[in-house]
Design a protein around this ligand. Structure first.
Ligand code: 7PJ
Length: 272
């Protein structure tokens, strides 16, 4: 099913389904299609507008995954979800072959934390014609948190994303297909993340839909005195509400029901 990105529907909830053996907050629970289906059905009941499926762990320090492994993790799960429900599926990948196979299996959005910088990725996205989320990352997952540095984090992240949009246009990806994401936690200190969050309006002002992913991230753990990942729900909801208030189009979250409740409050106040 195609994703409706019209602003009347914002913010949409993207429920996270990790099919990696090592994701930091729900790792290894959902890599059997049957377990994944149960989890997805639950997220749909709870109010998810789409499901994001990723087979490459991009948490800090995570090792690279081969194309074969990524395909083997992701494609059977996409096929199983597609047989079970019409919920829109996003595929979290940087690899052109995975993009192609995922869309053939029923995915209708590409979520690329490398913003189509892998060889062949822009061409694959153009050919597939689905919306594409371009995310900013400084460095690579294995080393990105070692020593993040910016002169001006907002200007640099914005400039990167605008440059990636140009690259997309160069291969024929039209502006209506582009979603932007500042990439919270990807080569950023807590201070960088907070500045980007405060200035989210700068990204929203570009006119492109903005995706925000902060659910359970270490930024929240840090701000709450090294809070473990299972105890970051309230912090995640506060940031989800703020992101909704600031104009985010899509929130990528683990806790769908709670986020839907928080956003209902946000929407009610905005529409009063
Ligand atoms: C993000 C993502 C994010 C987008 C991950 C985690 C790490 N994709 N994939 N934005 N984060 N677009 O969930 O903590 O922030 S994986």
């Amino acid at each position: 099913m195609a994703i409706d990105l019209s602003p009347e529907q914002w913010p949409l909830i993207m429920g996270i389904l990790n099919v990696t053996p090592d994701s930091f907050s729900d790792g290894g629970h959902f890599n059997q299609p049957s377990a994944a289906i149960e989890r997805v059905r639950r997220m749909i009941e709870e109010g998810a507008d789409m499901i994001d499926i990723g087979g490459e762990s991009t948490r800090p320090g995570a090792p690279a995954v081969s194309q074969e492994d990524e395909l083997a993790r992701v494609i059977p799960v996409i096929e199983a979800i597609r047989r079970d429900s019409p919920i829109p599926i996003s595929v979290d990948t940087s690899k052109p072959a995975v993009m192609r196979a995922a869309v053939a299996a029923g995915a209708s959005l590409i979520n690329d934390v490398r913003a189509l910088q892998e060889p062949g990725a822009p061409e694959a996205a153009a050919e597939l014609g689905v919306p594409i989320c371009l995310m900013h990352m400084q460095g690579q997952p294995r080393t990105m948190q070692a020593n993040p540095h910016y002169e001006d984090v907002v200007e640099e992240v914005l400039a990167f994303l605008l440059q990636r949009i140009e690259a997309c246009q160069g291969v024929g990806i039209t502006p209506d297909k582009v979603i932007l994401d500042p990439g919270f936690g990807f080569g950023k200190t807590a201070g960088h993340n907070l500045t980007l969050f405060r200035e989210l309006g700068r990204f929203v002002e570009t006119g492109y839909p903005v995706l925000v992913g902060v659910s359970r991230k270490s930024l929240i753990g840090k701000l709450l005195g090294e809070r473990p990942v299972e105890e970051r729900l309230a912090g995640s909801l506060a940031l989800a509400t703020l992101a909704g208030w600031l104009g985010a189009a899509i929130l990528r979250v683990h806790d769908v029901r709670e986020t839907a409740d928080a956003l209902a409050m946000c929407r009610a106040v905005q529409q009063a």
